[in-house]
Design a binder for this molecule. Structure first.
Ligand SMILES: *Cc1c(COP(=O)(O)O)cnc(C)c1O
Length: 350
């Protein structure tokens, strides 16, 4: 039996997460060998056991249709390998570099873009490789923004992650550091005041979380987020639009409202990548843009994320609307108001 002390110990939660199938009440055969079930007992506690269509369960439990070969999906959907400058360092934009600093996550999201994680193919950068990657960033002063990802960087111990952040900070040409993490949602006990304080000491640093459903934003998650924000770390959210989880205008509105109320800026809403095994999560873009239109008419701009597709081929993220430009007629733009009315807007002359 677990004790309260264990429950609040993030290392215990991470150890247990590897027994994902058992935690989810499934036998081992339900756990695909290439990407086994992993879930912290904490995250599993958010599941409503009486609801067979529970959105949290849907994000962590595989379904029988996880491996249909299809032309649309890929092993490495955004071709990160092609954009790897060296192992563990991905660069797709002149001013940004992404470092894979850890190889594991507190949960295996079934919609994960880096499913290669499960095959041990996301190799965290460390030692001499890390030295080389940082030397590369220092030698390319056009890189102003360094993103730490993985795996989840916050599964590293405080001194390890703070050490990496401090080394990136010591590169004079780097303006900002970002950490991409599922930890506030899946393992809020990991976000201690000490961690928040030592990361903030090497700011400007942003934390990007991944909350996909308002139920993930309980009191524990709210407290975790508050520890970052109170320490001076701005928090933004990168949600993934997932069929059967949050592809509902009311659910998305509730998620965005709760995020801003907790001082988390909704940043991106990703159309699900073309990940092999995650096709059941895909949402038609027409419906995705309709959800965005629902938000635009109802909540303040601070609570509205940008709907983006991460382009196949690794060519970057692009916003996909909805467009409020109904027509361009000579020097006049015909714009659509949130209530659907069309309004003529005379354009400025060049
Ligand atoms: C998403 C991503 C970024 C950051 O993109 P933003 O639009 O600035 O948030 C940077 N590098 C890589 C490789 C990425 O995938």
């Amino acid at each position: 039996m677990k004790t309260a002390r264990e429950w609040n110990d993030w290392r215990w939660q991470v150890e247990q997460a590897r027994r994902g199938a058992e935690i989810a009440g499934l036998d081992g055969s339900a756990s695909p060998p290439d990407f086994p079930i992993a879930v912290t007992p904490y995250y599993w506690s958010l599941v409503d056991p009486r609801d067979p269509r529970d959105p949290i369960r849907r994000m962590v439990v595989p379904s029988g249709d996880e491996r249909p070969p299809s032309r649309a999906v890929r092993e490495d959907p955004i071709e990160e390998e092609r954009h790897a400058v060296m192992p563990g360092l991905i660069r797709r934009y002149p001013d940004r570099a992404l470092l894979l600093v850890h190889g594991e996550c507190p949960v295996h999201c079934r919609h994960c873009t880096r499913r290669a994680l499960g095959r041990g193919k996301v190799v965290p950068i460390r030692g001499a490789d890390l030295d080389r990657a940082l030397a590369y960033v220092a030698a390319h002063p056009e890189i102003r923004d360094v993103i730490l990802s993985g795996g989840d960087p916050l599964l590293l111990e405080d001194d390890a992650i703070t050490g990496i952040v401090a080394r990136v900070r010591s590169i004079p040409s780097v303006d900002i550091i970002r950490i991409g993490t599922k930890v506030p949602a899946a393992l809020p006990a990991r976000v201690t005041e000490a961690l928040a304080r030592s990361l903030a000491a090497h700011g400007p640093l942003y934390v990007n979380t991944q909350f996909n459903h308002p139920r993930e934003l309980n009191e524990d998650a709210a407290a975790a987020v508050a520890r970052f924000v109170d320490a001076g770390i701005p928090v933004a959210n990168q949600a993934v639009l997932l069929a059967g989880v949050n592809d509902d205008p009311e659910v998305m509105e509730a998620l965005c409202r709760r995020l801003v109320a907790l001082r988390v800026r909704p940043y991106y809403l990703f159309a699900c990548d073309l990940v092999a095994g995650a096709e059941r999560f895909r949402v038609p873009l027409a419906r995705a843009t309709a959800i965005m239109a629902h938000l635009r008419g109802r909540i303040g701009g601070l609570g509205i994320p940008t709907l983006v597709v991460d382009l196949p081929g690794g060519l970057g993220k692009v916003p996909i609307g909805p467009s409020y430009v109904a027509e361009i007629r000579g020097g006049t733009y015909v714009l659509r108001a949130p209530n659907g009315e069309l309004v003529e807007y005379p354009d400025a002359e060049e």
